[in-house]
Design a binder for this molecule. Structure first.
Ligand code: GDP
Ligand code: MG
Ligand code: ZN
Length: 307
């Protein structure tokens, strides 16, 4: 029978097969092609299962091909990656203007990653009830002005206070498999609990002095919407991200640059100082946002130091 992995806790996997929830383990060793992974199976994977005779458990005999996946570098093993989740319809980045503040640079790195994984992304500004002062209004305005023209949806919510949260959110998530990410403390678990009360994810006050959230969620886990679709809560994934993107490939993941590619004078143009660079020309003419271009250069430079 077929099932989808909804949680992984080390050597056991929780799998949903039709309407049943089963504990399952892997049969023997799995060969992973091309990828060096620390986890052979991830939340979101579709698997083939065999029920164990006389028991409530099952054995996973096959992982069905992944449509897509989100990975990060392993923090424990060099040159290895960790799959955060797979078979996603979209990634939702929850952002806040304070406690903690989400920087534009962080948003851009996230979007470069989702573009490279070919997963659509939407931005959800949470804690709107706390929006206060001119500087924060400007931050919010920048978010709309920078990202909406690029095709990214920007939603404003208060996971804690909104009475109509579900109506607001449902059109964007119903029937889809969505990964929820963002800094610790932005309200991912609060949002999830508001949309799926049975999720009852633990939420944590932000620790006083650093205004950085405490790590509360340890494993990615999938929850099902009564209206259809699912949401995957993830641990605060700071490291989410850019893996082995080549210098002259990076601009492919900036939608506003992608449309001009192939038009620069040199075909290995890095769009930083080359003569006849169309991206630099468009930047000057105001078709590319200077903040986005700054992120582009920052990512280029950072990735370069990793080589
Ligand atoms: N004022 C306000 N606080 C919120 C909102 N959403 C979440 N919080 C608070 O922010 C803190 C962190 O929330 P949590 O859901 O644990 O964040 P996570 O780390 O992203 O899962 C908790 O104290 C929440 O009560 C919101 O919309 N408004
Ligand atoms: Mg959480
Ligand atoms: Zn160029």
């Amino acid at each position: 029978m077929k099932g989808r992995v909804i949680k992984s806790t080390g050597s056991w996997y929780i799998v949903k097969s039709e309407d049943r929830i089963l504990s399952a383990r892997l049969k023997g060793k799995f060969k992973q092609e091309d990828l060096k992974l620390t986890n052979p199976i991830a939340v979101g994977d579709w698997v083939e299962l065999e029920k164990e005779a006389g028991q409530e458990t099952a054995v996973i005999s096959e992982i069905l091909p992944r449509e897509n996946y989100v990975i990060r570098k392993s923090t424990r093993k060099q040159h290895f990656s960790h799959i955060i989740a797979s078979n996603l319809d979209q990634a939702i980045l929850v952002i806040t203007m304070k406690k903690p503040r989400t920087s534009l640079g962080f948003i851009d790195r996230f979007l470069v990653s989702t573009e490279s994984f070919r997963i659509p992304a939407i931005l959800v500004v949470n804690k709107m009830d706390q929006l206060d002062g001119e500087e924060e209004e400007e931050w919010l305005q920048d978010i709309h002005e920078i990202y909406e023209p690029l095709g990214y949806t920007v939603l404003e919510v208060s996971a804690l206070k909104d009475k109509d949260l579900k109506e607001k959110f449902l059109p964007f998530i119903q029937g889809k498999s969505s990964l929820i990410s963002g800094h610790s403390g932005v309200g991912k678990s609060t949002l999830l609990n508001a949309l799926i009360p049975e999720a009852s994810q633990e939420t944590k006050e932000i620790s006083g002095y650093s205004a950085k959230g405490v790590h509360t969620t340890t494993f990615a886990e999938m929850f099902f919407l009564a209206e259809g679709g699912d949401l995957i809560d993830t641990p605060g994934i700071k490291e989410f991200g850019i893996l082995d993107i080549e210098e002259n490939e990076l601009s492919h993941y900036f939608p506003e640059m992608r449309e001009y590619l192939g038009q620069c004078k040199y075909n290995n143009c890095t769009h930083t100082n080359e003569p006849g660079c169309i991206v630099l020309k468009k930047l000057e003419e105001g078709y590319i946002h200077p903040y986005r271009y700054r992120s582009y250069v920052n990512i280029l430079e950072e990735e370069d130091t990793h080589r």
